[in-house]
Write a protein that binds this ligand. Structure first.
Ligand code: ASP
Ligand code: MG
Length: 405
């Protein structure tokens, strides 16, 4: 029995013609595959428009109501796609996250999937139907509608693929696959044939926008192979799979960038146990994802702590840090949203020394000042001024030979 989950993003279903195109592709696949589950995002920029609408009504909308609003986008696209499939003579049924039983925690607007029921999906598949599932949404055990964070349809697709033990999860998108840099910034960017889950996870976490980080985490945990490919032509895209299955092992796989973060520095924090725990505990309670964290050497029993957060969370972060400054007796706080994070990712860096030195030298040769550095075994990230962002990405791509076959 073959079973494939296919996910189509917002740009792939942006208008009626595109919806019909997706329906044709799905119907074609159904001829070759026993069972197909399709997960769709909201049409085009619908989610952005809904977010904008909410903010025109209320500057800080209640998150529960935000989820009620945002989840409507995917309900529209699933129904339309199911209709388009029926029009082609392919029996299909659309389902909401609740109908599928995508159970999540209560973290409104960025909920995490706890369990996927999918009994009804299996039941419908057995009737020969294509099941079209609304991406990005779930339901709590109390019956409250939640959403999974922007780009969350990827995670819906992977979670369903894992629950149904699908052969693979195909992520259809408006680009040809995963590139070793953003082609809009780097003309010589190349499409990757295959990349490991770990590398993709680092890429997604450092700004590559093709896949939501959480979906890659989920795929890795459940061993679901992903195939990121174009929704407009049948060519092969990029496979994301376990490291052992990736044939070509490069030292550096990609350069990524993220221009959406801001840097926060808490100045003159008393150098005592418990202060960092307090600060980051409060940020966690405010449901904020903190990225890089750097604490300086303490001088006169005080130290500075810098970290980065999504620019969109800055208002919430400000409230927390203001309170922390007051309660722990820190000297103040600075905020800088004019930064860029550029990162090098590659599984081969574990066994090849000199990658960090090469990165810093390339930035230095281009007169680019480094404000923060952080590393993982397969990643090096530098924060630089926003004005140097593009230049840094292009220089690193060239220095590490990523423009060559
Ligand atoms: N429609 C949602 C968003 O725009 C989910 C998705 O596209 O995956 O973020
Ligand atoms: Mg999307």
């Amino acid at each position: 029995m073959s079973l494939i989950v296919q996910k189509f993003g917002g740009t792939s279903v942006a208008d009626v013609e595109k919806i019909k195109n997706v329906a044709r592709r799905v119907a074609e696949s159904k001829k070759r595959t026993d069972h197909i589950v399709v997960v769709v995002s909201a049409l085009g920029k619908t989610t952005d428009e809904l977010v904008d609408l909410a903010h025109r009504v209320s500057p800080v909308p209640p998150e529960r109501e935000m989820d009620m609003l945002l989840s409507t986008g995917e309900q529209i696209s699933t129904a339309l796609l199911a209709m388009a499939l029926a029009e082609l003579g392919q029996d299909a049924v659309s389902m909401t996250g609740q109908q599928v039983e995508i159970l999540t925690d209560t973290g409104h607007t960025k909920a995490k999937i706890r369990h996927v029921g999918a009994d009804r999906v299996v039941h419908e598949l057995r009737k020969g139907r294509v099941v079209v599932v609304a991406g990005f949404q779930g339901v709590t055990s109390d019956g409250e509608i939640t959403t999974l964070g922007r780009g969350g349809s990827d995670t819906t697709a992977v979670a369903i693929a894992a629950a149904l033990h699908a052969d693979c999860c195909e992520i259809y998108t408006d680009v040809d696959g995963v590139f070793n840099a953003d082609p809009r910034l780097v003309p010589g960017a190349r499409k990757l044939e295959a990349v490991s889950f770990m590398e993709m996870l680092e890429m997604a976490a450092t700004g590559a926008r093709v896949l939501q980080s959480r979906s890659v985490e989920y795929a890795r945990n459940y061993g679901v192979p992903l195939h990121v490919r174009s929704s407009f032509h049948p060519g092969e895209g990029t496979w994301v799979k376990s490291e052992d299955d990736v044939m070509e092992k490069a030292i550096i796989s990609a350069v990524t960038h993220d221009f959406s973060e801001a840097k926060v520095t808490v100045l003159g924090v008393p150098d005592q146990p418990g202060v960092a725990a307090r600060l980051f505990g409060m940020l966690a309670d405010a449901n904020t994802n903190v990225d890089m964290i750097i604490q300086n050497v303490s001088d006169h029993a005080r130290t500075d702590i810098s970290f980065t957060v999504p620019k969109d969370d800055l208002e919430r972060v400000r409230k927390v840090t203001d309170e922390v400054v007051r309660s722990v007796g820190a000297q103040g706080c600075t905020y800088d949203d004019d930064i860029a994070k550029v990162s090098l990712i590659g599984a081969g860096m574990r066994s090849h020394p000199g990658v960090a030195a090469g990165m810093f030298k390339t930035l230095a040769d281009n007169q680019i000042n480094i404000e923060m550095i952080s590393t993982s075994p397969i990643k090096i990230s530098c924060v630089v001024g926003r004005g140097d962002g593009e230049k840094a990405v292009r220089a690193l791509h060239k220095h590490f030979g990523l423009d060559k076959q």
